[in-house]
Design a protein around this ligand. Structure first.
Ligand code: NAI
Ligand code: PYL
Ligand code: MG
Length: 274
């Protein structure tokens, strides 16, 4: 998994606030209302413990602080444990935490200690960034078309969401084996390609997309030929897959933030049902 750096998180607080406003403009729902509606859950004064983890590449500067900002920005009660790792887990439980957030190099999870619900960052991130596109009003209800670039652990759960909403999905991944797996509807976590709803993106076909989802660790993955004026790009991928030049040329609206949106999605995934 591509690991965040302290630099990635430098402007995270501003980015979360700006993206919350943009999502509200695009979908009519603030990020927390959107997540409540996705999972049909609600927050109920849960106490959220954030445990810094030293395993693997260790503590990432601004990581725990960014999680705490997210929790508090959306009106929840949170704290960072003074201890790390197992001692931090003990501290969280004995301090009365209801939910813990913790990440090593392979997994970032939210765990509800009372209900035992668990959520994974990659799945919840893919879901919420896809839901943002699905919940935007589409002028022509029949034209449910989306381009998905990057079919890894974040992009694949997004496909399930697009299929649930009845989208026709054009897909691209630099790894041709992965691309073929997804189009064939087999392989790791691949949703079945029901009724040929998932097809390979053909850059020579001249298709333009109002809605684009990107989840890769590479830059410049969004080609000019897929853009139209006012396209919306929903992208958890770091760095951004669209150059500044193309963003300005096509007036692209970009939903992108390095950590908070996915974290909020994880928290609502483990809250209790409404
Ligand atoms: P992954 O490694 O599972 O999947 C990435 C996919 O992108 C792979 O299938 C790879 O073949 C493909 N890819 C790489 N370069 C490409 C290119 N130039 N063109 C097209 N496809 C390309 O990674 P994962 O976990 O799905 O993460 C994707 C990105 O999302 C990473 O940048 C990661 O840091 C970021 N991320 C962001 C989060 C957020 O909250 N903003 C949360 C989780 C991940
Ligand atoms: C959750 C992010 C999104 C992108 N890459 C993922 C990542 O950076 N994971 C590693 C998180 C490690 C956190 C570190 C700490 O500070 O507690 N162990
Ligand atoms: Mg990218």
């Amino acid at each position: 998994m591509a690991l965040l750096t302290p630099d990635d998180l430098q402007n995270m607080t501003d980015a979360l606030v700006e993206n919350d406003n943009l999502v509200c403009t695009l979908t009519g729902l603030s990020l927390d209302r959107l997540c409540a509606d996705i999972y049909k859950t609600e927050k109920k004064n849960e106490k959220i413990a954030i445990i810094p983890v030293t395993a693997g590449c260790g503590i990432i500067g601004r990581f725990s602080e960014s999680l705490l900002f997210t929790v508090q920005h959306f009106g929840m009660d949170g704290f960072i444990t003074k201890n790390t790792d197992i001692a931090g887990f003990y501290e969280a439980v004995t301090s009365g935490a209801d939910i813990i957030l913790m990440a090593d190099d392979l997994a970032f999870v939210a765990y509800n200690l009372k209900s035992q619900k668990i959520a994974h960052n990659q799945i919840c991130t893919g879901r919420v960034y896809a839901e943002i596109l699905c919940r935007m009003p589409t002028p022509d209800a029949a034209a449910k078309e989306v381009l998905v670039i990057g079919l890894g652990k974040v992009g694949t759960p997004a496909l399930e969401t697009f299929l649930d909403y009845g989208y026709s999905i054009s897909v691209f991944d630099a790894d041709s084996r992965r691309l073929n797996e997804v189009v064939g509807g087999s392989g790791y976590r691949c949703p079945p390609n029901s009724s040929g709803k998932i097809k390979k993106y053909d850059p020579n076909a001249g298709c333009k997309f109002d809605k684009i989802f990107e989840a890769t660790p590479a830059a410049d993955t969004v080609p000019e030929c897929c853009l139209t004026n006012g396209s919306v790009l929903s992208t958890p991928g770091i760095p951004c897959g669209l150059s500044k030049t193309l963003q300005e040329k096509y007036n692209v609206k970009i939903v992108q933030e390095p950590l908070g949106i996915g974290t909020l999605s994880m928290l609502y995934a483990v809250f209790d049902k409404k």
